[in-house]
Structures are given as C-alpha cells and as structure tokens.
Design a protein around this ligand. Structure first.
Ligand SMILES: NC(=O)C1=CN([C@@H]2O[C@H](COP(=O)(O)OP(=O)(O)OC[C@H]3O[C@@H](n4cnc5c(N)ncnc54)[C@H](OP(=O)(O)O)[C@@H]3O)[C@@H](O)[C@H]2O)C=CC1
Ligand SMILES: O=C1O[C@H](COP(=O)(O)O)[C@@H](O)[C@H](O)[C@H]1O
Length: 497
C-alpha cells in the first residue's frame, strides 16, 4: 500500500564512507532536501568502520554535494549537512548497535521524529544478515514507527545464495518492509514504459504477437570495469546486468495490464512474465545466449586495454563483459516474438534503448516502386536521451507511389525544461513514502536467478575458447549479430546512438 508522502525518519546508512554513499546517496538526499521533500525533521546517521567525527563526516557529505545546485534557491549545503551524524561501527559487535540505538533515539527527540527508521545497506551483502539480526536483538526495531530495509544489489550470486540472504533478512523484516533496489526501475523512461503502453489506445491493441515482430533492448557502456575488477570477475555481465536490469525491462514491456497501478498489482503482473520465460537448459545455451569479452581496442583515438589487462582480473579470465540473448515468453500474448537483449562494457556509446519492431503490412502497395517499406518501429530512449521516436512511412513529396521514412520524436527533457530526477533520488523518495512498486519483490528476484543460473553454470563449466572476442569500442562479438541473422533479423542501431 502506498503511504502518504511526508514521514520524517532517521535514515541509517551502513557503509556511509563508501563510493555509493558519496556518489549517489548524498547527492540524491540533497536534491530531495532542495525540493522540500525532506522536511527540516530528518536525520541521517552514517556508520562504517573508520573513525570519523561528526564534523569530518559532515565535511565529506558537504564535498559530495557541493557541485549539486538547489534549483531556483540559495544553495543549502551547510544546512543540509548539519542533519548528518556519524558513528564508527563494527557490524559484529553488539555495543555498536546499542550505541546506534541511543543515537537514533536522541535524534528522534531532537528532530521530533516518531521512531521511523530507514536502514540503507550500502556495504557488502555478506553483512546484511548479521546486521538485520543485530538490529532486532538489540531492540532497534522496537517502537511505534515504521522500519524499512533498503538492500543494494547484488542480491545473491545465484538462486541459492539469494534465498539464503532472503531467509536471513526475512527472519527480522517482513516482505513489505524490504526495498530491493534495482536502480533501472528508478529511471524516468523505464517508468514511462507502463504509461506508453497503458495510456495510449494507439499502442496497447497492437502490443502482442499479431503485430509485433520482435523487441530489442540494448544497454551499452563505454567504460570498462574500472576499479571493480575483483567484483566483476565473480559477477560478469550476466549477473551484473541481465539478471536484474535487463529482465526488469523485459517484464515491464511484456506484462499484462495490471488491474490498477498499485504495488502488488504491478509486481504480480511482472512476475507472471518471469514465470513464462522459456527456460534455457544447459544444452541450449548456445542457441539463445552469446557471451563476449573485450580485447584491446580504440575509441576516439585512444587505445583501450583489454579486460584481461585490467586490475584484479585474471589474465586468462573466462568472465563475460558482454551478453546478447534471445528470450522467448511462452504465453498467449508473446508466443513467437523474440525479445533480444544485449549489454556490455567498452562499447562505442553509453546508451540504453528499447526498440519495438512491428510486423510488415500484409500487402505492400509501394513495394514495386520504392523497394521494401521501412518497418514501423517504436523506440524508447532510456538514456542518455529520454524520449520516444516513432518511425513511420509517408508519401514522398512529388511522387504518388513512393514513400519515405520519417520519425516522430518526443524528448522528455524538453517537456518541462528540466532534467528528470536521478534514479536514486526517485527511489529514496519512494522508500520515504513507503511505495515499493519500483523495487524487486522476492519472487521476481528468485525467478530471475532461476532463469539465469543454468546459463552461468554452463559458462563456468565451459571455458570460452574465443575469448577475448570483441574489440574495446565495438558493438560486441560477431556472434551477437548471427543470433538475429538466424531469425532473418538484425539489430537496429538507434539513430540517437
Ligand atoms: N558504488 C556503486 O555505484 C554501487 C554499489 N552497489 C553496492 O553497494 C554496496 C556498497 O558499495 P560501495 O559503496 O561501492 O562499496 P565501498 O567499498 O566503496 O564501501 C563499502 C562501505 O562499507 C564499509 N564497511 C566495509 N566493511 C565494514 C565492516 N566490517 N563494518 C562496517 N563497515 C564496513 C566501508 O567503510 P569503512 O572502510 O570505513 O569501514 C564503506 O563505507 C555493495 O553491495 C555494492 O555492490 C550497487 C550498485 C552501485
Ligand atoms: O548496476 C549496474 O549498473 C551500471 C550501469 O548503470 P547505468 O545507470 O549507468 O546504466 C553498470 O555500470 C554496473 O556495472 C552495474 O553494476
């Protein structure tokens, strides 16, 4: 159930000296503060191992938000950071939790907060279970207010580890209290998928296997693994991007219209898509999945290192930095329509794009004159541009029997002349409101892992002899193109790329 919007709370960030807190959480909280979403009655407690005073912590927070400007208002960096408090913390020690209890209760009084708590886990997942159990045993969850637990990815490494983690946190928190972050669900245009589908009589009647030929989702990154070689070696693109973000986008594109826009209705429809995903067993992996690993290449005149040359990466690594796949959804709406996905590091552009290709006209009156008609395509630009493009055919000026392709464009950022809020800002606000719609429910996470696990097992068991198989700065290995060629299709490259 969605709750009324403003509910003052103490936000406890576990891992408050880390990268996520600095780059995403503090700036998002600052934006919410500037917009008046966070009232004067909020407090943030940062905890981590290192010894910092409140002043040092506030100075870190201040530095993290100094380049973020309050729109149309005087900047409030000092005022904002005065709401932040720090406590050195050892996740395994009871005393740390007892001290935290004392601090949060004193902040309740200072800021007139009715014992509402948001616990944000911005540290390694191996600590989550211990933290949850200690929060409970040391009485931090007692009181009349709400308790909400925000959990970062990765939520497990496979189904078994995800289930173990879930069992641990569920000993203490109810499903309704758990907010599993998938930051793609906080992106403006990912959220717009539902509106495009369910608020336009033009599209919804066509949104099925009678009219759609195929759907293509590309999420490409220009960066390599940067400082995250250690994590990425164990994860790879399949766990890092496909299990979560890519499957979430597929679910939103393929779900049935929910009965209403409530959290449970929407998540229940998404989960049905994951249940209908055709399982790929280990002998079929090569028919449906392609893996890639980047080698040295060039972009913008710069030589880029290969994955195996990156820090903390095995020089014979079998980890994939690129995945392309053909997903089939075996239900009445989607039988026979392939959903192609691809994602990778060190590709030519940073962009996420969805293309819905409609089937050809049953008869083409123009074919003899001007060759094959261009297909109708609806593109949803997730990032960096936010908008939609509809590709149509119109009459060529001056020739009755010729057509020419045109584009109808909508740019979301031009709508109200402002940037849409960053995903984390939106998701943090949702947690404060108690709206879990754009967070992954346990059954979604479980089903995604169950779908992914046979592929990762097959890949772990069979070293890819072709690795590295695509140049940094390219669109991935040739096999990704062949995946569609087998179906007489090809990847459409977005004109926005
Ligand atoms: N960074 C990002 O953009 C993203 C991160 N994530 C996830 O968020 C989580 C945090 O990531 P990130 O911020 O990058 O990681 P960092 O390594 O930068 O930060 C880890 C934090 O945990 C603290 N910490 C580590 N061990 C302990 C301990 N035993 N007791 C108390 N505190 C401890 C560290 O502080 P100290 O050293 O002072 O103890 C630090 O504050 C991870 O699960 C990651 O996968 C998910 C998506 C994006
Ligand atoms: O979750 C992750 O996402 C980012 C890509 O996110 P985006 O919002 O920049 O598209 C990816 O770089 C990272 O490896 C992965 O962990």
């Amino acid at each position: 159930m969605n709750q009324p919007s403003k509910q003052a709370s103490v936000i406890v960030i576990f891992g408050a000296t880390g990268d996520l807190a600095k780059r995403k959480l503090f700036p998002s909280l600052y934006n919410l503060y500037c917009k008046g979403v966070l009232a004067e009655d909020f407090a943030v407690v940062g905890v981590a191992r290192r010894q910092l005073s409140n002043e040092e912590f506030r100075s870190n927070v201040h530095d993290a938000v100094i380049h973020t400007a309050c729109m149309d208002k005087d900047d409030k960096h000092e005022e904002f950071s005065s709401h932040f408090f720090y406590q050195p913390f050892d996740v395994t020690k009871k005393e740390s939790y007892q001290d935290l209890k004392g601090l949060t209760e004193s902040l309740d009084e200072q800021f007139d907060i009715p014992h509402n708590r948001i616990f944000y886990m911005a540290m390694a997942p191996e600590f989550f279970g211990t933290i949850a159990l200690n929060l409970d045993s040391e009485g931090l969850l007692e009181g009349d207010g709400f308790n909400r637990l925000v959990i970062e990815k990765p939520f497990g490494h496979d189904f078994q580890s995800a289930q173990k983690l879930n069992d641990e946190i569920r000993q203490v928190f109810s499903e309704e209290e758990i907010y599993r972050i998938d930051h793609y669900l906080g992106k403006e245009m990912v959220q717009n998928i539902e509106a495009i589908r369910f608020a336009n009589s033009l599209f919804e009647p066509l949104w099925n296997n009678r009219y759609i030929s195929n759907i293509q989702i590309t999420s490409s990154e220009t960066v390599g693994v940067e400082t995250r070689g250690g994590y990425y070696e164990k994860s790879g693109a399949l766990r890092d991007m496909v299990q979560n973000h890519m499957l979430q986008m597929v679910s939103l594109l393929a779900m049935e219209p929910p009965g209403s826009l409530t959290t449970e209705e929407i998540r229940s429809e998404k989960v049905k898509v994951l249940r209908a995903l055709r399982a790929v067993n280990k002998d079929e992996v090569n028919d449906y999945f392609v893996r890639g690993q980047y080698k040295q290449g060039e972009a913008n005149g710069e030589t880029l290192p290969g994955y195996r040359e990156e820090n903390n990466v095995d020089e014979e690594s079998n980890t994939e930095t690129f995945v392309a796949a053909k997903l089939m959804i075996d239900n009445f709406r989607w039988a026979g329509v392939p959903f192609y996905i691809r994602t990778g590091k060190r590709m030519p552009t940073k962009s996420t794009n969805i293309l819905i290709e409609f089937k050809d006209m049953p008869m083409n009156l123009y074919k003899n004159e001007s060759g094959k008609l261009g297909p109708n395509i609806l593109e949803v630009h997730i990032q960096p541009e936010e908008g939609i493009t509809l590709h149509l055919n119109v009459k060529d000026t001056g020739d009755m029997r010729k057509t020419t392709p045109i584009e109808l464009n909508f740019n979301n950022k031009q709508k109200n002349n402002m940037n849409s809020p960053e995903a984390y800002e939106r998701l943090l606000h949702d947690v404060m409101k108690g709206d879990a719609t754009n967070f992954a429910r346990w059954d979604e996470v479980a089903l995604s892992w169950q779908f992914i696990d046979p592929i990762s097992v097959a890949w772990a068991n069979e070293k890819e002899q072709d690795f590295p198989n695509y140049s940094a700065g390219s669109m991935g290995p040739d096999a990704a193109d062949k995946l569609l060629e087998k179906d007489n299709l090809h990847w459409w490259s977005s004109p926005k790329e």
